[in-house]
Design a protein around this ligand. Structure first.
Ligand code: PGA
Length: 254
C-alpha cells in the first residue's frame, strides 16, 4: 500500500549542463519503470534546467533544503513558495546540514511546516552518528528527531511526509547498515513515534526510506524489508546506470 520512493540526493555535485545530461540519460533508462516513485534532487541552480529536461517524464524533482520564512531580507536563502513552481519534494534535515550548517530538530520543524504550507512533500532525514550508536543511543536519538522534528503537525499534514532513516556512519562511507538493523530502527524508532504523534493508521501509511551507501548491489537487501519503503541515495545517484539499478532492484523486490 506504500508506494516505494527512490530519491537521488545529488548534494553539491554537477554543473547545470552535467545535471541536464544526467537526467536526459535517466529518463530514458527508467522509462519502463512502474510502481516506483522516482525523484532527483539537484542543487538549486540546476532546478529550472532539470525541470525542463524532465518535462513529460515519470521522474519527479526535489530541492535539497528550504528556508522557513516566506520572503524578505534573508540573503542566500530560498523560500518554499519559490520552490513550489519548480519542485514537488524537498529534503529537510539531512545530516550534513545538521553537522555543517547548524540544523536542529527545531529548525527542521520550521522548514517542514513551511514546505507543507507551500504544498511540497518534505523528505525528512533522521539518523544517529557513530558515537551515538556506539553509546547505545540510536533508539533515543532517532525517536527524538522524529518526535521533535514533526511536532505540532496534524495527522492530515503528516500523510504527505516522507522520512529517510540515514545512519550518519553509513553516509558516503561505503559501509551500509544491514537490512535487518535498518528495518528494526524504522519499525521501533520511527514508526512507533509516528504513531504516537499521528495515530497508528497514519503512521502505517507514511513512507520511510533507508539511506547510507545504497548501491545497485545492496538495494534489494533494504527494499525487501517490510518497513523500508525506498531509498535516499547520494553517491550512487550521480551515475545513471547505478541509480537505474537501484530503481530496478526496488521494482523487482517490492
Ligand atoms: P550516500 O548518501 O548514498 O552517498 O551514502 C546518502 C545521503 O546522504 O542521502
Amino acid at each position: 500500500m506504500r508506494v516505494p520512493i527512490i530519491a537521488g540526493n545529488w548534494k553539491m555535485n554537477k554543473t547545470v549542463s552535467e545535471a541536464v545530461e544526467l537526467v536526459r540519460v535517466l529518463r530514458e533508462s527508467t522509462a519502463d519503470v512502474e510502481k516506483v516513485e522516482m525523484v532527483v534532487c539537484p542543487p538549486f541552480v540546476s532546478l529550472m534546467a532539470v525541470k525542463d529536461a524532465l518535462a513529460g517524464s515519470k521522474i519527479g524533482l526535489g530541492a535539497q533544503n528550504v528556508f522557513w520564512e516566506e520572503k524578505g531580507a534573508f540573503t542566500g536563502e530560498i523560500a518554499a513558495g519559490m520552490l513550489k513552481d519548480l519542485v514537488t519534494y524537498v529534503i529537510i534535515g539531512h545530516s550534513e546540514r545538521r553537522q555543517y550548517f547548524g540544523e536542529t530538530d527545531a529548525t527542521v520543524n520550521k522548514r517542514v511546516n513551511a514546505a507543507l504550507k507551500a504544498g511540497l512533500t518534505p523528505i525528512v532525514c533522521v539518523g544517529e552518528t557513530l558515537a551515538q550508536r556506539e553509546a547505545g543511543e540510536t533508539a533515543a536519538v532517532v525517536s527524538h528527531q522524529v518526535l521533535n522534528g514533526l511536532a505540532g503537525l496534524t495527522a492530515e499534514q503528516a500523510k504527505s511526509i516522507v522520512l529517510a532513516y540515514e545512519p550518519v556512519w553509513a553516509i558516503g562511507t561505503g559501509r551500509a547498515s544491514t537490512g535487518d538493523d535498518a528495518n528494526a530502527v524504522v519499525a521501533q524508532n520511527i514508526r512507533v513515534p509516528l504513531s504516537k504523534l499521528f495515530g497508528e493508521a497514519v503512521a502505517q501509511g507514511i513512507r520511510v526510506q533507508y539511506g547510507g551507501s545504497v548501491t545497485a548491489a545492496n538495494a534489494a537487501e533494504f527494499m525487501s524489508r517490510p518497513e523500508i519503503d525506498g531509498a535516499l541515495v547520494g553517491g550512487a545517484s550521480l551515475k545513471a546506470a547505478d541509480f537505474t539499478g537501484i530503481i530496478e532492484a526496488t521494482a523487482q523486490v517490492k
